[in-house]
Design a binder for this molecule. Structure first.
Ligand SMILES: [Zn+2]
Ligand SMILES: [Zn+2]
Length: 347
């Protein structure tokens, strides 16, 4: 066992504390990673505050992890000491079900093993990336290309793949019109990736306050959803709408912006149901879909794509003592566009 420094939540309401967590000994197929940066995802906040169910406190969250390999098990072939690597939202899956065999481990029929708050194969509860080190099975460790700085790569492991996967699945590219709803951590990556894929991108944000950024990230146009005219102007326009917002929205109004065979896909997860009138799907043969992160091979493809196209996350680097403050700012949408913890401040 390796005892390493970490930041943990001890309850839904108390501030996070500096503590230690145990990492298992490096097994034959394991990789020991010295973590350099860990991104702060909205899911971390939902989880530690108990909004997504019972929490095994004390809990260390964080599933946007980048660092360097410092030790590998005897049978490891995919990584070696000194490699730049990343770990996203899952650290294992059954590997035998139809979905795992199809490379869609995120949809493992027995449930994937989450990077934190999941029960691991050895019966322990997984602890996430707000920590100096982590031990992960080599198959769930990604290569981080040299050209992407560590801190800008971290958010790609959740925000990047969560938006890349639906954009790729629904074939965003030249000749397609894509709308991105929300300009936060997920939204800003959706804009960059969709634009890099060659799609004509529109941002739909509550206000126009981030318009300059949106256009700089590659969007062609930018509309405020607080303006009712937006929905009339953009009726029957998009092939794909990627919704990154985790709040209730007027589904009929958004579906009305889809053109023939268009799809509205939600990657944001509002706690309440989103009611849909089936009639709003009849027109233009529209679809309403969901999507969850991406498979391991697809996550590698996304990292390589971002490196090739020279795109990465916009980040604000913070210390390990600023996480509570960062959470409050995330809840107020006061971040451009992702907080990333400098893990050197935890050593
Ligand atoms: Zn996340
Ligand atoms: Zn499986």
């Amino acid at each position: 066992m390796l005892t390493v420094n970490a930041v943990a939540a001890t309850s839904a309401t108390d501030p996070l504390v500096r503590t230690t967590v145990e990492r298992r000994d490096v097994g034959p197929r394991d990789v020991l990673i010295e973590i350099r940066y860990a991104g702060i995802c909205h899911s971390d906040i939902h989880t530690v505050r108990g909004e997504w169910g019972k929490v095994p406190y004390p809990l260390t969250v964080g599933h946007e992890i980048v660092g360097v390999v410092t030790e590998v098990g005897a049978s490891v072939t995919r990584h070696q000491t000194g490699d730049r690597v990343g770990v996203g939202c899952m650290v294992n899956s059954c590997r035998e079900c139809d979905n795992c065999k199809a490379g869609q481990e995120q949809y493992c029929l027995t449930g994937n093993t989450g990077t934190y708050a999941s029960v691991d194969r050895d019966g322990t509860v997984t602890q996430g990336g707000y920590s100096t080190h982590v031990v992960v099975d080599e198959d769930f460790v990604l290569r981080v290309p040299e050209s992407i700085p560590y801190e800008k790569a971290a958010p790609l492991l959740c925000a990047g793949i969560t938006t890349y996967s639906p954009l790729s699945h629904w074939k965003a590219g030249p000749g397609t019109k894509v709308a991105v709803v929300g300009m936060g951590g997920l939204g800003h990556m959706a804009v960059k990736i969709a634009a890099a894929m060659g799609a004509d991108v529109t941002v739909l944000s509550q206000t126009l306050s981030k318009k300059d950024d949106g256009l700089a990230f590659g969007a062609e146009s930018y509309y405020a959803t607080s303006d009712k005219e937006t929905f009339k102007t953009l009726a029957n326009t998009f092939d794909l709408i990627v919704n990154t917002v985790s709040a209730p929205i007027d589904m009929a109004a958004y579906l009305g912006m889809l053109r023939l065979d268009g799809t509205f896909v939600s990657v944001g997860a509002p706690p309440e149901p989103l009611p849909v009138q089936v009639f709003s799907l009849f027109n233009n043969r529209r679809s309403f879909a969901g999507s969850s992160i991406g498979g391991i091979a697809e996550t590698q493809e996304m990292l390589d794509f971002c490196a090739e196209r020279g795109i990465a996350s916009e980040v604000e680097v913070i210390t390990a003592d600023q996480v509570d403050e960062a959470y409050e700012r995330v809840l107020k949408s006061d971040v451009r566009y992702r907080f990333v913890i400098d893990i050197d401040t935890l050593r």
